[in-house]
Design a protein around this ligand. Sequence first.
Ligand code: BGC
Length: 433
Amino acid sequence: MRHPLSTPFRPQARFVGARARMGAIAMAAGLMLMSGTSQAAEVEVLHYWTSGGEAKSAQVLKEMLEKKGDTWKDFAVAGGGGENAMTALKTRVISGNPPAAAQIKGPAIQEWGDEGVLVSVDDVAKREGWDKLLPTQISSIMKYKGQYVAAPVNVHRVNWLWINADALKKVNAQPPVTWDDFFKTAEALQKAGITPVAIGGQSWQDAETFETVALGVGGAAFYKKAFVQLDEATLKGPTMVKALATFKKIKQYTDKGQTGRDWNMATGMVITGQAAMQFMGDWAKGEFTVANKAPDKDYLCVPGPGSQNAYTFNVDSFAFFKVKNPDVEKGQKDLASLLLSPEFQEIFNLNKGSIPVRQGMDLSKFDACAQKSEADFKNAQAKGTLVPSWAHDMVIKPAVEGAFYDVIGHYWNDDSETAQQAADKLAAASKTN
Ligand code: BGC
């Protein structure tokens, strides 16, 4: 999908009024120069962090930016995974009025770069040595034609399973390591009257769950062949069929009320014990934290069955847009610098559930899940089992990702479709332009 930006930008008629008004503006400008004050930059930031844990993290960002003398203009668009936010962004860019910064990531950064609407913050990056602070897999995503146009804030791990500790105790089970363990435990939970798996029926949540299942069933090499290289034979081959069948088997352990449910509502079911487990990236931890729940006591975080040695990464980032008001540039640079600062990286990630993207940080204030995330990230990086999350925009272009969402969502909902049919559709969808 090309961004629908064919409409050229039309410079807006700035000076509409009479000469007297022009005079007043000139006088005001003169006064400002004389007093040496420059206007505080108003930085409009588009994001989709609206759940409890997310909003707390966004608030940290707002407060720290305001400490630099800039004004935060909130452009929050609700909707997990950011689909609604991306629609809102397109509308604003088409009308020639983009926000100063927007939460976008992965290949979409390149697509916006191709549209000529992004602005470089490379001077900040050079001054602060971003190339040395970031793993190359991540810094390369942030650059357009060799210049930084975006700044990353975190590393989220996607292949997690969140478990209510009491629920697991009730059925005398250990956290599942294999898919067989998982389904045995799910069966026992169901018999005990607890919904085994909480899920929200939205296509990105189906896609994310499937992504974790596929990694666990097929391993990192299979995952890369299928979802990074988009190899057709792998997309419709026997391992994919097995992954799809395993994914569908989970459905009988989910509840009927899932249609349209937000991810954080599903997390809420695990927090209260109404449900026992949820497949979700570690933004879910932000919700447990807001609810004052502690890891290893109230809840457990374990890698999705079969995916212990691998790590699906999802990096949030902000890209900077060309805006008409030159004052905003200062704010954009302040924001860029803030995002990678150690202070921000620590407090933001403590709230968000992720780990710092800035390398070499001290993680002693972070909990057991974050420490595990960090250790597993390094281990996966060394073993070549670090994989980008396709369901969270990290690797395939938006058009193919959208087509995959449709295939997976349809397969989850339509019980008459076979795993092989869905696999064939995935292979066909990989050709979407
Ligand atoms: C983002 C997270 C966000 C989650 C749910 C993901 O795509 O990377 O930052 O918390 O969606 O909205």
